[in-house]
Write a protein that binds this ligand. Structure first.
Ligand SMILES: Cc1ncc(COP(=O)(O)O)c(C=O)c1O
Length: 398
């Protein structure tokens, strides 16, 4: 059968994920992969999951195995009302909904808002799988400029003035891929701008809880709750295999989000939502997040030290206060895909940064490094090898 003739036109915009391809390489036991974005399996609370499995079956019985409302498992939604207050999120039960991971949320919002050719404003670089989700709905992109502090509000305003933007998508805290965080003043500016133009902003925040230093910043949602849809997930504070995410939205908007989800999966797994509910209601999150931070923070420090020690002049990198990634920029003229090919030969993987830009000419000289799913020893040897290849590329350049 010739399947090519029956695929929908929108599939021409869906490309294989470079990260998925790289993860395949990570299956090679000799490769040190700084490429994927996986939490450390050492952080997964296996014993607690055994305990909670028992508990949800006793407490909820067959309800945990039944279909449930599309809005989400009620004990979980109720638990999130209090939990989210710690993050300055202004939300009642009518504003909190469950999604199948925050990835499911991104697909839902794309389905609800994007008609073919509609513009979405995104940071350059941005989260690759958000682009993939929106590509399926045939989005166009307007790229907001960024600097060391992430999204530049003035650039966002210029984009709003120059493109017919449907909504803005941003990851303002420990961004994937750069690890950068938008500061308080900029958050206030961003909130002011979206209110001024009556614009919707999607605040994607999977990493906010993984802060290794500094003070928690207020969410943009807390500054403009009627113009922001906030999304987060249990993937980084519990385990991604549960596929439980959640979002906070004005009630009238959320009603539509629920309708578009119905056609996809009816509801997010009741069983794993019950697991997430007991994890939350049992008060396990603070200790578990602490454990995760204690695993990740030394890895980040090791990576930053190794970069400073091994990398040649002309390269710079972000210095994140949290999250799972950092971002290296080489001098103009360096092609990180070349560096990638050579470093793979020497047993080190990463993601060339250009994949994270909607504009394919951008980010040629950049790379994303993940530090959570490798040991400190591996980080040191991987960065040393990367630095050698980076040095060789510099020499070719001169
Ligand atoms: C910025 C961002 N958004 C969303 C997701 C999706 O997370 P999940 O679907 O596991 O909740 C990720 C995962 O890496 C991410 O980095």
């Amino acid at each position: 059968m010739n399947y090519d003739k029956i695929y929908a036109t929108r599939t021409s915009r869906i490309k294989a994920s470079a990260i998925r391809e790289l993860l395949k390489l990570a299956a090679n036991p000799n490769l040190i992969s700084l490429g994927g974005g996986l939490p450390s399996p050492d952080s997964f609370p296996l014993n607690l999951v055994t305990e909670l499995t028992e508990k949800i079956l006793t407490k909820y019985g067959s309800t945990a195995l039944q279909y449930d409302t599309t809005e989400g498992f009620m004990p979980l939604r109720k638990g999130l009302v209090d939990y989210l207050q710690n993050y300055g999120i202004r939300a009642g039960l009518e504003n909190i909904y469950i999604s199948s991971g925050s990835q499911g949320f991104l697909d839902q919002i794309g389905k609800l808002l994007i008609s073919p050719g509609d513009y979405v404003a995104v940071e350059g670089p941005t989260y690759l799988a958000a682009l993939q989700a929106f590509n399926a709905y045939e989005a166009e992109y307007a790229q907001i400029e960024t600097d060391d502090e992430g999204l530049i509000p003035e650039s966002m305003e210029e984009i709003i003035n120059n493109y017919p933007i449907k909504f803005i998508y941003t990851v303002p805290t420990f961004q994937n891929p750069t690890g950068k965080t938008v500061g308080l003043k900029r958050r206030e500016q961003i909130a002011e701008i979206i209110l001024k133009y009556d614009m919707l902003l999607v605040e994607d925040d999977p990493y906010g809880a993984l802060r290794y230093k500094g003070e928690t910043l207020p969410t943009i949602q807390s500054m403009a709750p009627d113009n922001v849809v906030y999304a987060s997930t249990f993937s980084k504070i519990f385990a991604p295999g549960l596929r439980v995410g959640f979002f906070v939205a004005p009630e009238k908007f959320a009603r539509w989000m629920v309708l578009v989800k119905q056609g996809v999966d009816l509801n997010t797994s009741t069983y794993t939502q019950a697991m997430a509910a007991e994890y939350l209601l049992g008060g396990y999150i603070p200790a578990q997040v602490n454990k995760i931070i204690n695993i990740y923070k030394p890895k980040l420090v090791t990576m930053l030290d190794a970069l400073a020690y091994y990398f040649p002049e002309g390269y710079k990198w972000s210095k994140p206060d949290g999250g799972m990634f950092l971002w290296v920029e080489g001098p103009k003229g360096i092609d990180m895909e070349e560096v990638y090919k050579k470093s793979i030969e020497r047993g080190v993987g990463f993601v060339p940064g250009k994949f994270f830009f909607p504009n394919p000419e951008d980010g040629i000289e950049t790379m994303r490094l993940n530090f959570t799913n490798v040991s400190e020893e591996e980080i040191k040897s991987a960065v040393k090898i990367l630095a050698e290849v980076a040095k060789e590329q510099l020499e070719i350049l001169v």
